[in-house]
Design a protein around this ligand. Structure first.
Ligand SMILES: Nc1ncnc2c1ncn2[C@@H]1O[C@H](COP(=O)(O)OP(=O)(O)OP(=O)(O)O)[C@@H](O)[C@H]1O
Ligand SMILES: [Mg+2]
Length: 378
């Protein structure tokens, strides 16, 4: 039997645990043409959730555009990625829609073809009079035009890894987006990302172009009540068993963070015999920690003193609330609250720590916390 657990890619169908409420709320928000900024820790399952939202919406007749800003290094790239997302709609419509689509951008028309693997493709061909192609605002207004051409069909645009947009254009694209999303109200706009500090600055800091332009929607860990049937069911269906106590310990160790939970489940499944026990779990954790110990030791040695102290504090607390309170400052030996604060900011800036939707601070890599407890926490 193959290992049923999967980590590292997008998960769907049987590998997708719970998210029932999130799915319902986000599909409803998309149908209501809402604007949302969706944030959550690294690898918490944002993209998998959004892909599920899109496939549910498509089944209900919706039109979805997914734009991964991470792939873009400059504005020209961003235009290309957006235009290529829009060309998916052209494929869906088939050749009959060419005329309509040409109306989307003046001077640019889609052209159909077949790639080497025999898959249909569509590219946007430029008019000779406009060699630079459509400008970014024109591209971003296309979903609004599509919505007007398709009454009754919800239209959703998802920008994933949205924080990257600042790196590629400063504030320019955010300013264009602000006016587009204010005017194109027949479309739902979702902005998703994992760099909480940057996203908050973009949407919650006065003076930022997108300040208060969107509601916010946090994506958090998955609770034990949902993991228990999921993990037990996957063991059962793959011909193995897991004891209830082991499931509980496993989810406790990862805090229910989807990526780390799947990774630990996968290692446990590999090393266990017929029934996965608590001692197998210990062994699976040790295996994963041993595998990463070189990386963790290098990271630990490369940190400046104060951030290293803060990393240890977060590892010991599991979830750290009020990092600059008098108690915490004394307990972990910082010279002042402001030293503790700068140490925390260092960890956040370098993505070693992140803040969850309840305001608690975690080590972004849940296994780094376990490594600290075993190796440097005394
Ligand atoms: N609903 C889920 N059920 C089970 N496992 C999940 C779920 N969502 C995510 N995962 C696990 O977490 C991993 C990361 O998921 P995903 O790429 O969707 O997260 P992300 O938040 O978009 O990550 P990143 O911050 O890297 O963009 C998946 O490969 C899978 O192992
Ligand atoms: Mg993602």
């Amino acid at each position: 039997m193959a290992n049923p657990f999967s980590y590292g890619g997008i998960v769907s169908a049987r590998q997708f645990c719970n998210r029932v409420t999130e799915l319902r709320e986000l599909v409803r928000a998309a149908k209501n043409n809402e604007r949302l900024f969706i944030h959550g820790e690294r690898r918490v399952g944002k993209t998998s959730l959004l892909k599920s939202v899109m496939s549910t919406l498509r089944e209900a007749g919706g039109i979805c555009f997914y734009i991964d800003v991470w792939k873009c290094v400059d504005e020209a790239d961003f235009r290309r990625v957006c235009a290529s997302a829009l060309s998916g709609y052209a494929l869906e419509k088939g050749k009959g829609a060419l005329g309509k689509l040409a109306e989307l951008f003046s001077g640019v028309a889609p052209s159909f073809g077949i790639d080497e693997s025999g898959k249909p493709t569509v590219t946007l061909v430029r008019d000779r009079s406009r060699p630079e192609g459509p400008d970014v605002e024109e591209i971003l207004r296309a979903p609004g035009r599509i919505s007007a051409m398709e009454p009754g069909r919800p239209v959703l645009v998802v920008f994933d890894e949205f924080q990257q947009i600042r790196e590629i254009s400063g504030l320019k694209l955010e300013k264009v987006l602000r006016s587009v999303i204010q005017e194109e109200t027949g479309v739902a706009w979702f902005f998703c990302g994992s760099r909480a500090t940057l996203l908050r600055e973009m949407f919650l800091k006065k003076g930022s172009p997108l300040f208060r332009s969107s509601g916010h929607y946090p994506v958090g860990a998955i609770g034990f009540a949902h993991w228990r049937p999921f993990i037990t069911g996957e063991f059962d269906q793959s011909g193995k068993k897991i004891s209830p106590g082991t499931v509980r310990m496993l989810v406790q160790a990862t805090g229910g963070h989807p990526f780390y939970t799947q990774m630990l489940c996968s290692a446990l499944w590999d090393i266990s015999g017929h029934t996965a026990s608590e001692s197998d779990l210990e062994a699976a954790v040790s295996l994963l920690l041993d595998r990463e110990s070189g990386t963790y030791a290098t990271l630990w040695n490369s940190l400046p003193d104060q951030p290293r102290k803060m990393l240890r504090a977060i590892a010991l607390e599991g979830t750290l609330f009020k990092p600059t309170s008098g108690d915490m400052v004394r307990k972990y030996g910082f010279s002042s609250p402001s030293t503790a604060k700068s140490a925390l900011l260092y960890l956040l800036k370098h993505d070693h720590a992140s803040q969850d939707e309840k305001g608690g601070y975690h080590l972004s890599d849940r296994f780094l916390g376990m490594w600290c407890l075993r190796n440097v926490a005394t």
